[in-house]
Design a binder for this molecule. Structure first.
Ligand code: PAF
Length: 297
């Protein structure tokens, strides 16, 4: 694996494989790798001839200075893990390489960026994500890019970006990887004290409460949300939101009558965590099973 620092180096490295028609896969990251990142890299390795991982802690998407300053960074460790996962190129540019003096562009998307994470973290958050991902897509020009379902709204925003700007990149969203006790893997988990680590398991428990209720036939969001919030409150979490939303628009749903997503954001001490889980009513789950059995894709 080679570590590349500049856009020129990156383009030079990819020129030959691109001429030969190689399939290039990109995994955009901010580093501090855990099993979630590694699962994206392994998937990219299976699917592509060349795998590029970008490691760039993008300052423009952080709404809190402390969060940016405290974001875990260990490039040497990350490089070893990426190499073990079969990555060909680690693109780890300096901030000035991505945002040189005089940089002014900003990619702004519509309603999908204004709710939930957009509402909590401010408009600049998804603008920062969309702008840096646009730049990374332009630099790497991958056929396919991999994102994690843990950041479900981000993945949906990226799909909107690709659709709206006619980008020729396929977006693959890979499943959440969880610790044995259910906690979704996150780079921010390293900030949790042992007691907070225990408290944090309430996020996945709250999602489980929601999906169990739906499986038992409760489709009213108010009832489901109240039970889930109870779980979060019992663990003394500072919940920013627990909502049941439409999979496409991320708008709140009152009564579940199709595929829906339960989404949660909560602070455990000073660490902000998010998680989500798809919910399906029995009738919709049955339709899915039928489609798979019929060989539909
Ligand atoms: O999910 C992340 O790590 C970041 O938001 C991303 C997609 C790499 C953009 O900076």
């Amino acid at each position: 694996m080679r570590t590349l620092r500049t856009i020129a180096e990156l383009r030079a490295a990819l020129a030959q494989p691109r001429r030969e028609g190689s399939r290039i896969g990109l995994v955009p990251t901010m580093g501090a790798f855990h099993e979630g990142h590694l699962s994206l890299m392994r998937r990219a390795r299976e699917d592509n001839d060349v795998v590029v991982v970008s490691l760039f802690v993008n300052p423009t998407q952080f709404n809190e200075g402390n969060d940016l300053a405290a974001y875990p960074r260990d490039e040497n460790r990350d490089a070893l893990l990426a190499s073990d996962a079969g990555v060909d190129y680690l693109f780890a540019p300096a901030v000035e390489e991505i945002y040189p003096p005089g940089f002014t562009a900003s990619v702004s998307l519509g309603a999908i960026t204004e709710v939930l994470e957009g509402a909590q973290r401010g408009r600049a958050h998804f603008e920062g994500v969309a702008t840096v991902v646009t730049k990374l897509f332009n630099m790497v020009a991958p056929q396919v890019a991999y994102f994690g379902q843990k950041d479900a709204q981000q993945a949906r925003v990226i799909k909107q970006l690709v659709h709206d700007l006619d980008m020729q990149v396929q977006i693959e969203v890979c499943p959440i990887v969880r610790e044995p006790d259910g906690l979704a893997m996150s780079s921010r988990n390293v900030h949790l004290s042992p007691a907070e680590r225990e408290q944090a398991t309430a996020l996945s428990r709250a999602l489980r409460v929601a999906s169990d209720l739906v499986e038992a036939g409760e489709y009213e969001s108010d009832a489901i949300t109240a039970a889930a919030r109870n779980e979060l409150d019992s663990a003394n979490l500072d919940t920013e939101y627990f909502e049941i939303v439409d999979l496409e628009t991320f708008a709140p749903i009152t009564t579940i009558d199709g595929p829906a997503l339960a989404v949660v954001a909560a602070r455990v001490g000073s660490t902000r965590l998010i998680d989500n889980q798809q919910l399906s009513t029995k009738s919709v789950a049955g339709q899915y099973a039928g489609a798979v059995a019929a060989g539909s894709n």
